[in-house]
Write a protein that binds this ligand. Structure first.
Ligand code: ADP
Ligand code: ZN
Length: 523
């Protein structure tokens, strides 16, 4: 089934064998290093998906992968799960009777087994090592690798022997995995397992040197330029949703004295390569790209990743911002986000040729991302929490650095809901705001909306205020895009409850954005 040409064999295995669409953070770089023949020390939290980091490469590489694990029960579980997925996995261990172990070895020796799970003391016998030396070993994975370190609290004598592996199988990539290893333990593991040749260290999800920030989209060109100028002379990546926009934005930056290049899949291969090379080799180049750019890009001194549009999911966002600050220096991830982004993403999902269940799941994932954008909590906490990692407030995100005030907006929300309801739940934010502000636009007059009870009902506030509130009502599930897909707003069940006065509505007061905008206008 895997004979068809594939752009990315590991992604294909992920999908075909394990049924997952996306890699979890950290997985792809680990796999890439192993497939390129390098050793990896992966320190990732429990639940991060460490097993797939070697299971996928094992299947991509073929041959035999040895997996060392200290616990028999764990090995049995893994082998059973792999077999369910149709993967030829075996274990040889002390809890099996002799016959079962002999049968397993026969499959291994016949080249039928892809993954063989062994306890370290089984693996490190001379007999086993000699027998394995005659086979085609592609990869060695060492689970719970901290057990090899005398610094750690879980030192196991039988793990110590594993330090001979890199000498016995000098050409075989080794991955050591653990959920807990401080710096001293990491150095110790690398020294023992890889003879000091640590080629790649992949840490868990947190990237504390990347400052996280999100801003309401007002004038994306100006906002981008302001941001880029604050990082003048540094390299950065700017992600845009469309190919056309990457070219427009790059040209706009160029006009303003910034060295910027575009990158998208619609460009010729030569042009793409030239731009990528310039970005990799020169410093201070801004790459304005679609998500086609980034796979396998390992430039350590990328100072920022700027999203001019909301990304596809929280996983995608995490992966994309992870390209900043690999050198450990201060870096920044900044996103612009507006109502249009939510609408666009919903349309993408609805237009997909997929099952209702798939769409429902995609909408739910989008809700998670919107929740991240709208949260007043520490962003890192929300982001890490999504991947199952608990963390204290980080002190390095906009919400931590600049506490966002909240206020009761129940009355204002009800004014919006009234205007939406009275105009038939068919119009977008711009028109609803025209009604609230009492603007006699052509569209308003053509529909006789100047006669609505809510016409002019919102003159106490400015347009930006209403836009922000509408966005937050959409994000909070009070308003939803109308099902016809024309960008109109409809009232969701939660919105009706709010309208009836059954639930209150709290909103985020966006003083920062108003202040920033005021400055721009007067400039
Ligand atoms: P760890 O060993 O790091 O604690 P596991 O390898 O047991 O984590 O994986 C934890 C869970 O995450 C498993 O249920 C696994 O199927 C799931 N998982 C791993 N990778 C992915 C992925 N790319 N997409 C979705 N689920 C994944
Ligand atoms: Zn924070």
């Amino acid at each position: 089934p895997m004979s068809a040409p594939a752009e990315d064999p590991k992604r294909r295995v992920l999908k075909d064998v394990f049924g997952f669409d996306d890699f979890r953070p950290g997985q792809a770089p680990v796999m890439e290093t192993l497939l390129a023949g390098g050793h990896v020390l992966a320190v990732m939290p429990t639940g991060a998906g460490k097993s797939l980091c070697y299971q996928v490469p094992a299947l991509v590489l073929g041959g035999l992968t040895l997996v060392v694990s200290p616990l028999v029960a764990l090995m049995q579980d893994q082998v059973a799960a792999l077999r369910l997925a149709g993967v030829a996995a075996d274990t040889i261990n002390s809890s099996l009777d002799r016959e079962a172990n002999v049968a397993a070895w026969r499959r291994v020796a016949a080249g039928q087994t892809r993954l063989l799970y062994l306890a370290p003391e089984r693996l490190m016998t001379e007999r086993m090592l000699e027998a394995l030396a005659r086979l085609d070993i592609s990869l060695i994975a060492i689970d719970e690798a901290h057990c090899i370190s005398q610094w750690g609290p879980a030192f196991r004598r039988e793990y110590e022997e594993l330090s001979r592996l890199s000498g016995i199988f000098p050409d075989v990539p080794i991955i050591a995995l653990t959920a807990t290893a401080d710096e001293a333990t990491r150095t110790d593991i690398a020294a023992r397992l890889f003879a000091g040749r640590v080629e790649s260290l992949v840490l868990g999800f947190d990237r504390p040197n990347i400052k996280l920030g999100i801003e309401a989209k007002q004038n994306s060109k100006r906002q981008l330029l302001d941001f880029v100028q604050r990082h003048a002379g540094r390299s950065g990546i700017v992600y845009c949703l469309s190919r056309k926009k990457t070219e427009e934005m790059a040209a706009f930056l160029e006009q303003n004295g910034v060295t910027a290049l575009a990158y998208h899949a619609g460009m010729s291969k030569d042009a793409r390569e030239a731009n990528q090379n310039a970005f990799m080799t020169l410093s201070g180049v801004v790459m304005v790209a679609t998500i086609a750019f980034g796979m396998g890009i390992d430039k350590p001194d990328v100072a920022y990743v700027f999203h001019t549009d909301m990304p596809g999911s929280l996983e995608a966002y995490y992966q994309e911002i992870g390209r900043a600050g690999r050198d450990g220096r201060k870096a920044e991830a900044h996103m612009l986000y507006g109502l249009g982004d939510i609408r666009m993403r919903r349309l993408f999902i609805d237009d997909e040729d997929a099952s209702a269940e798939h769409k429902r799941r995609a909408h739910r994932r989008l809700d998670t991302l919107i929740g991240y954008c709208e949260t007043a909590q520490c962003r890192r906490q929300v982001l890490l929490g999504y991947f199952g990692e608990e963390a204290p407030p980080c002190g390095n995100c906009d919400n931590c650095l600049d506490q966002v005030p909240r206020a009761d907006g129940t009355a204002e929300a009800r004014i919006i809901l009234a205007a939406v309801a009275q105009s038939g739940e068919r119009f977008g934010a711009a028109h609803v705001i025209d009604i609230l502000l009492g603007h006699e636009t052509e569209k308003v007059l053509a529909r006789c909306h100047e006669r609505l009870a809510s016409f002019g009902g919102g003159v106490a506030h400015k347009k930006d205020f209403w836009l922000s509130l509408i966005r937050q009502l959409v994000a909070g599930g009070f308003l939803e895009p109308d099902p016809s897909g024309h960008g109109g707003l409809a009232i969701a069940e939660k919105g009706h409850a709010l309208g009836r006065g059954e639930i209150p509505f709290q909103y985020r007061v966006e003083t920062r954005h108003r202040a920033a905008r005021g400055k721009l206008r007067s400039a």
